[in-house]
Write a protein that binds this ligand. Structure first.
Ligand code: FDA
Length: 302
């Protein structure tokens, strides 16, 4: 199980395969988890979600950005996506990875790109979430976030429950809109819990802390056990439905997504799209080996 996970995480980091996949179009069953390679097809999926009372957070996929030119191009795509959200009048906001907009190139340059993105987002009263990447990028990501928070209120980030330091990070982010997740990368035991039980326990602990903080909480998980615990907790503590939401990834547990929205919970689906789908898709296969069937079926049907 863990070998399979390591294998797919390694595949997700393979730069050759990543750049090759851009030319293939959506393959290997990725179309089930990626909402198309262009804005029009992605918007069709978002409209369908909206029809079911579900909001969307849109990720214009992008990996391996190591030059200012690539980062500027990615920033441009993100801005075009925000313009499209506004033009199509859909209920949606953006999710952005800082490495996409130049974190590995130059932190100040990345900060400037984010300022530009947030200025346009603010014009459309749109929230922008900064996704959290691997541990090596955690502190730089938080540093950029803290700088942005001095001028913008429409920005938040992700806290990963597998990291020991996350409870401490939450303290400084009490007032911030946060997405809480278990954590998607492979991290060493010096910095992260390794067992599912410890991760789940810490996850619930962090969710409860932030639900009682002033900042809005997005609980991003496909784990029905966690979701049921959260439902109990908010009821016991009279936390109203406008103080939190559930989030899941596009293509995962679609029926449960609709059910939660129909029960009256705020719900947002994470909608990835774009040509750079390969790394994202491999990380999803790493998390849930059952999905490998999808990839295999995709292989034989293409
Ligand atoms: P986990 O994978 O531990 O599953 C727990 C249980 O839930 C399973 O044993 C099974 O019973 C059930 N289950 C799960 N998936 C199912 C399915 N498809 N069908 C049926 N049952 C299922 N990570 C990160 O590091 N940085 C980030 O920015 C983000 N962003 C993000 C946004 C959103 C919206 C989501 C949902 C997730 C992320 N993640 C993330 C990924 C996150 O860290 C984590 O890796 C995955 O969500 C997988 O963990 P789960 O909490 O879903 O449960």
């Amino acid at each position: 199980m863990s070998l399979t996970r390591d294998f797919f995480i390694a595949l997700s980091k393979n730069q050759l395969l990543n750049s090759g996949a851009k030319k293939w179009g959506l393959k290997l069953g990725a179309g089930k988890m990626v909402a198309g390679t262009d804005i029009d097809s992605m918007m069709k999926s978002v409209k369908k979600l909206n029809d079911d009372g579900i909001s969307a957070t849109i990720d214009n996929l992008g990996e391996f950005v190591f030059s200012k030119e690539e980062a500027t191009e990615a920033k441009q795509h993100i801005i075009e996506t925000m313009e499209a959200i506004h033009a199509y009048e859909v209920d949606a906001h953006m999710s952005v990875k800082l490495t996409q907009v130049g974190l590995d190139v130059d932190q100040e340059f990345c900060l400037d790109n984010m300022r530009e993105i947030l200025t346009i987002a603010a014009k459309y009263e749109m929230f922008v979430n900064i996704d959290m990447e691997d541990y090596a990028h955690l502190q730089p990501t938080l540093d950029v976030l803290y700088a942005l928070m001095e001028d913008f209120s429409n920005v938040g980030t992700v806290i990963q429950a597998y990291l020991y330091r996350s409870e401490k990070d939450l303290e400084r982010l009490k007032n911030v809109r946060l997405r809480l997740v278990k954590g998607a990368y492979k991290e060493i035991e010096e910095v992260a819990f390794q067992s599912k039980q410890e991760i789940d326990e810490n996850y619930l602990k962090l969710i409860k802390i932030h639900l009682l903080d002033p900042g809005f909480t997005s609980i991003a998980t496909h784990d029905h056990r966690i979701i049921n615990e959260v439902k109990k907790f908010v009821k016991e503590h009279n936390i109203s439905n406008d103080r939190f939401e559930f989030q899941m990834l596009y293509g995962f547990r679609t029926e449960l997504q609709k059910e939660l929205a129909a029960e009256g919970y705020a719900f947002t689906t994470y909608v990835p799209f774009g040509q750079d789908w390969y790394g994202y898709y491999m990380r999803r296969l790493a998390e849930r080996p059952q999905n490998i069937n999808l990839a295999l079926r995709g292989l034989v049907s293409k």
